[in-house]
Design a protein around this ligand. Structure first.
Ligand SMILES: [Zn+2]
Length: 279
């Protein structure tokens, strides 16, 4: 098992032994396991959702892993512990450079991973711009350059009360998925962002543009879980996560299992059970 993987670390760009790194931090997968009545992580094999059971890749060297884990620990202890123990309904302050860093580290890993796999439908100009953004993010994370990180538009959207999930409440806690999309006409540079959904939260980091509907959830604000109108672009992205392959995975789950999870989520969040007539 212990075969070493030597390669170029994505963060420090040096040739090092690479660790098997999580694209999305393990703490989120652990929470799903904890919340699942079967104690197991359920996956959808969706090309848009690369994170299967906390998929790990040789991505970072040990030093860079440690650099990231510092901020992950801060986020976990200062924010996420309380927030997730309270079923995602607790408000919290987000005005910390550690939180900004943590959010950007997820966005960067996601975008880097997807760029390496190949993102289709982009113009040369857009590719060029994305390379510049990726390098800016990498450098800011590597140098722990908070001045640059503060200037990047990032949002954290609590999902517990979002109308979007009222018909599919298990999706508030039962998945981790991430993607990156460019929105608007070719070379318009209206908006482009990573979307990473984890239990109780969606992280959005803008490569360019901004989403004014999300301004209450910009990192730096006091984050108050509520039902808000979501930007069309985000709804479209969420539909990609939740309306296609997920439905297939959902079919594969037994009725009893599904009902058990739905009941638990609804009870915890104090919401009424969704209508099952359309199954
Ligand atoms: Zn490194």
């Amino acid at each position: 098992m212990a075969s070493k993987h030597i390669g170029i670390c994505r963060l420090c760009k040096q040739e090092r032994e690479l660790k098997n790194s999580h694209i999305v931090p393990k703490l989120f997968f652990n929470l799903i396991k904890k919340n699942s009545p079967t104690g197991r992580f359920r996956t959808t094999d969706n090309p848009n959702t690369p994170y299967q059971d906390g998929k790990k890749l040789p991505f970072l060297c040990e030093d860079c892993e440690e650099r990231f884990s510092k901020y992950e620990t801060f986020f976990s202890n200062q924010i996420y512990q309380n927030f997730s123990d309270g079923y995602g309904v607790e408000k919290f302050e987000s005005n910390d450079d550690e939180i900004r860093y943590f959010a950007l580290s997820i966005a960067w890993r996601t975008l880097k991973y997807l760029m390496e796999k190949g993102i289709g439908n982009l113009s040369n100009e857009e590719y060029k711009q994305l390379d510049i953004v990726l390098e800016k993010w990498r450098n800011a994370l590597y140098q722990e350059d908070f001045k640059t990180i503060r200037a990047i538009k990032q949002y954290m959207i609590p999902t517990a009360f979002l109308h979007y999930f009222s018909g599919r409440p298990t999706r508030i806690i039962s998945n981790v998925c991430g993607d990156f999309k460019v929105y608007g006409k070719e070379n318009e540079f209206r908006a482009a962002y990573t979307t990473v959904q984890v239990p109780y939260l969606i992280f959005v980091s803008m490569a360019w543009g901004e989403e004014s509907l999300l301004h209450h959830y910009e990192i730096g604000e006091k984050i108050i879980p509520n039902d808000i109108e979501l930007p069309e672009t985000l709804v479209w992205q969420l539909d990609l996560f939740h309306k296609q392959k997920f439905e297939e995975a959902n079919q594969a789950m037994s009725d009893k299992q599904r009902q058990k999870i739905t009941q638990m989520v609804c009870k915890n969040l104090g919401i009424s059970l969704p209508d099952h007539k359309h199954k």
